[in-house]
Design a binder for this molecule. Structure first.
Ligand SMILES: NC(=O)c1ccc[n+]([C@@H]2O[C@H](COP(=O)([O-])OP(=O)(O)OC[C@H]3O[C@@H](n4cnc5c(N)ncnc54)[C@H](O)[C@@H]3O)[C@@H](O)[C@H]2O)c1
Length: 459
């Protein structure tokens, strides 16, 4: 749309003037009128692309004007955003009942207002599937992000990654650095200027950057909360006005202590209390999910949440609490394999390439938009069985030692007994589920360590 035209309706001339000036600075054309009656007269002969309507006006108030607009066939389709200084917000409820498109309280943040206008304008148009060329991956130097970047480069997309290397590794992206279609942006997703610039150039965002790993989360709950929520809010804030699709990676941790197996996306979740640091991750990711849903439902952002269930494979490091690399390191060095707790905890491990295949498919699948989808496998195995299998596979003489959680994660640690995904929704949306079995996954990881023995030092 070439320079959208906005009708500003406000009885206060100076406010209308200021609003028009701000909107012009964001590339909109504006016309201002100072009463509801004047607005309706203007609309008899003109069709603006959007109307900014003040609520409190002498004569007709904003809701009365909106009612007239919605009942007049020739103008009823024009999107309307209401602005008000009234704090009880009853006008908001009334306005939405009458087909209001968005609502903002004065004083408003100009950047936020411009973003919301763009989102409303985009929703007013029929959705057009944008051809994807440029992809941004936050957390692209991490285990999953770097494998995703590599796969997308093979498919000839242009990839930019943002990573602060908190848990990501330069060695994960070293092979891609010389590729003309690959750009590394070093920095944090909490840096708004950096994120807004990167989002400006992309057609799709995979948002993976997060503080991860049980050990990390338990030791750094503040990082977890800030990076995993504020960071996400910044990514969504800049994606929304552009309508750039966001694929957000969440986690099976959000099911918390639920015992209703297998976990379905619409199940209630049972999260532990704030006194137990591990739940800061689940709570933050859950809030991310709410944010994505809200941006999708209220602002029409094409976005999908993917709940990962233990994604594993070559290249994963164990220093932040990841179990498989840690067990391999101990087994290959014939050192004791430490199991935290009784080892009866059950997990379903998913091979990283299977997960990436699905992430790629979800990106241009419109049925996925607005959905929260489990991404995992049915490879159920107890942690004790996992240790025994790795010991067998590596022909190790390691002893298996059971230790209390508190030794590693402090007094108040709580573990989750079992995590098993219901994959019905995933199957319905993309037609298949991950297939690599646990034995094959472990063999591939062993092969990787045999080829790259120096990697054992990074665990
Ligand atoms: N691996 C799994 O089994 C699993 C399970 C559930 C969810 N997830 C989710 O998948 C995503 C990727 O996880 P992973 O296993 O690849 O972990 P990872 O630690 O290898 O990747 C996370 C990446 O994000 C980067 N990062 C962290 N904070 C950042 C910030 N503020 N700004 C920029 N970059 C930042 C890290 O440096 C790292 O490269 C995460 O969102 C995680 O929550 C993974």
């Amino acid at each position: 749309m070439a320079q959208p035209r906005i009708l500003v309706v406000d009885d206060d001339e100076s406010i209308a003037f200021l609003l028009c000036a701000r909107l012009k600075s964001y590339g909109f054309r504006t016309v201002a009128v100072n009463s509801g009656e004047e607005a309706l007269r203007y609309l008899e002969k003109n069709l603006p692309d959007l109307i900014m309507l003040d609520y409190l006006m002498p004569g007709m108030d904003g809701c009365e004007v909106l009612k007239k607009i919605r009942s007049e066939k020739s103008i009823s389709h024009i999107p309307v955003i209401m602005l008000t200084a009234k704090h009880d917000q009853s006008c908001k409820i009334e306005g939405f009942k009458m087909g209001l498109d968005d609502f903002m309280l004065k004083p408003y943040d100009p950047e936020e207002l411009a973003g919301r206008i763009k989102a409303v304008l985009r929703r007013a148009k029929p959705p057009v599937l944008k051809k994807i060329k440029n992809i941004l991956i936050t957390g692209g130097a991490g285990f999953i992000g770097s494998a995703l970047a590599r796969e997308l480069l093979k498919r000839k997309y242009r990839i930019a990654i943002i990573d602060d290397f908190s848990t990501g590794r330069r060695s994960n992206v070293k092979d891609m650095l010389g590729n003309k279609n690959f750009q590394l942006i070093t920095g944090s997703i909490t840096d708004e200027a950096l994120v807004s610039k990167a989002v400006e150039k992309c057609d799709l965002i995979y948002h993976l950057a997060a503080t991860v790993g049980v050990k990390n989360v338990v030791e750094k709950p503040l990082d977890t909360i800030i990076y995993d929520t504020v960071g996400t809010s910044i990514v969504l804030k800049y994606a929304s006005p552009k309508g750039v699709k966001v694929v957000l990676t969440s986690t099976s941790e959000v099911y918390g202590k639920s015992k209703k197996y297998p976990f379905r996306e619409d199940d209630d979740v049972i999260i532990g209390p704030p006194g137990v640091n591990r739940w800061s991750y689940a709570c933050s990711k859950l809030l991310d999910e709410f944010m994505v849903k809200a941006y999708h439902d209220e602002r029409g952002l094409p976005a999908v949440v993917v709940r990962f269930f233990n994604i594993v494979g070559p290249g994963q490091v164990g220093s932040y609490g990841m179990v498989i690399p840690r067990f391999f390191k101990s087994a290959l060095n014939n050192e004791p394999i430490h199991i935290y707790g009784d080892g009866e905890q059950i997990r379903c491990f998913t091979y990283v390439d299977d997960a990436i295949d699905i992430l790629v498919k979800l990106a241009d699948n419109e049925k996925a938009n607005g959905e929260i989808i489990n991404l995992g496998s049915n490879n159920q195995i107890s942690i004790k069985e996992l240790a025994l299998t790795i010991k067998r596979l590596t022909k190790s003489s390691s002893k298996i030692v059971f230790e209390p959680y508190r030794k590693y994660y402090g007094e108040h640690f709580e573990d989750v007994k079992k995590r098993e995904p219901d994959l019905t929704k995933l199957k319905k949306i993309i037609g298949f589920t991950p297939k690599t079995g646990i034995q094959e996954i472990l063999e591939k990881i062993l092969h990787y360590f045999e080829e790259n023995p120096e990697e054992l030092n990074n665990i």
